[in-house]
Design a protein around this ligand. Structure first.
Ligand SMILES: *Cc1c(COP(=O)(O)O)cnc(C)c1O
Length: 430
């Protein structure tokens, strides 16, 4: 018997055996001396934010805001990069910048963080959930097409787990039906779609800079667009549009309700340093994911991450799909055994359409607004069954590993592989 086999046959930790992983993995931390120096410089300047919410040169923010925005625009090869205090704010601004009316519909994936769809509701527009592709977990273009109505005005694609949505197919649908395209690329900064960065192929895209993402500023976000008119509307929504427009001359007023979505000088100073590190951080994540894929390949009933030709995956999450029929045990059995060995896996999201807010259609007030309003199509449904692929993955077969949470080494990856192999040896019949 070789070493691997002996290890594999040791009792499972869940049954009282020794766990495969004895010391918890190091926490992911992309901050270093560079950020400390950058923060110190801003502190000494005494200016933590230079924005003014009126028509003035400072409407565009201070030195670090502008510098970070310019560097983001150069990095992602877009005309405009606009910082915001979170990507949730960025999504709200993105929907508001489009030419939509209350009751208009935006097609979105149910397999994402809640803010993607809430941003739509925010403008009294209606989220319509289309199903996802079982291999990429991104919007299935055929389902998008099937959900288009005369009310549809836009598609919001989510580049979930670190992989771009099928932008060629979505752009073709958008062009055919005269729709706008938004990319929620919170989880995929640095991922490529052909020779373009994920997030930059939509009319408006962008990235989250919250603490959990590849690079971060604590809280924050960056919106990207190549469209001058949309960029202006985004900047207005970011910074008190209604007070600024009178000084700017004639401007469309629809959805020009402004906010304070401004990001500060400290965060942008940190962002400048973080952006420099992004390529290296992405490469190391990809290297680890490839090692994990190699180590896990061949395990019966375990589907590993799929990256379509021409794309790169940046592995915010390492997504897997279990073939339950082949396994002979449930996802919960596998997850509990892996957890006891020291590997935390789980479904990262609920299906959004099944959240109580959508099930009961209670958002603004208690009377079902905006769904019940006369401007809305009354036949929008969130019944279980509208997204069978997303629901099946969520209920039974999807299992993700949050690579983003840890600072992993090759040795850590090998331990994760050993934990999987041990669990498979015990729970999965040959
Ligand atoms: C993180 C995330 C958001 C929200 O970003 P914040 O900066 O936390 O507001 C939106 N969509 C997706 C897919 C995300 O992962």
């Amino acid at each position: 018997m070789n070493n691997l086999q002996t290890e594999a046959l040791a009792p499972l930790a869940i049954n009282g055996g020794e766990p495969t992983i004895l010391t918890p993995f190091k926490r992911y931390n992309s901050l270093g001396r560079e950020e400390q120096v950058a923060v110190q410089e801003v502190m000494e300047s005494g200016v933590l934010s230079q924005f003014l919410g009126c028509w003035h040169d400072d409407f565009y923010g201070g030195k670090k805001v502008r510098q970070f925005e310019q560097q983001c625009a150069e990095f992602f090869k877009v005309k405009h990069a606009i910082t915001v205090n979170s990507w949730t704010s960025g999504l709200i601004a993105a929907v508001g910048a489009l030419d939509i009316e209350p009751g208009d519909e935006i097609i979105v994936s149910p397999w994402t963080m809640c803010a993607s769809a809430t941003a739509i509701l925010h403008w009294n527009a209606i989220p319509v959930f289309a199903d996802i592709d079982s291999r990429t977990f991104n919007l299935d273009p055929a389902s998008v097409r099937a959900n288009i109505t005369e009310k549809t005005k836009a598609i919001m694609a989510i580049d979930i787990f670190g992989l771009s949505a099928d932008m060629t197919a979505l752009r073709a649908i958008a062009n055919e039906f005269g729709l706008k395209l938004i990319s929620d690329t919170a989880q995929a900064p640095g991922a490529m779609y052909g020779d373009q960065f994920a997030g930059t192929l939509a009319d408006i895209g962008g990235y989250s800079l919250n603490y959990h993402k590849h690079i971060h500023t604590g809280e924050g976000g960056v919106i990207v667009t190549n469209d001058d008119a949309l960029a202006e509307r985004l900047r207005l929504i970011r910074n008190h549009a209604e007070a600024v427009i009178p000084g700017m001359g004639e401007r469309p007023l629809n959805n020009m309700l402004g906010y304070n979505f401004r990001l500060g000088e400290l965060e942008c100073a940190i962002g400048i340093e973080q952006l420099k590190k992004l390529p290296r951080l992405v490469q190391s994540r990809q290297h680890l994911a490839e090692r994990l894929i190699a180590g896990l390949s061949g395990l019966k009933g375990l589907g590993l991450p799929y990256t379509p030709d021409g794309c790169t995956h940046v592995y915010y999450i390492f997504p897997m799909v279990l073939d339950i029929a082949q396994l002979g045990c449930s996802r919960a059995d596998i997850a509990q055994a892996l957890k006891a060995e020291g590997v935390d896996v789980g479904p990262q999201y609920q299906n959004l359409h099944l959240l109580p807010m959508y099930q009961q259609k209670i958002a603004y007030g208690k009377q079902g607004f905006p769904w019940s309003a006369e401007f809305s199509r009354q036949t929008v449904t969130y019944a279980k069954g509208i997204c069978p692929v997303a629901e099946g993955l969520n209920d039974a077969s999807y299992m993700g590993f949050g690579m983003c949470v840890y600072d992993l080494s090759n040795d850590d990856i090998d331990l994760i592989v050993a934990a999987f192999r041990k669990v498979w040896a015990h729970l999965v019949s040959e």
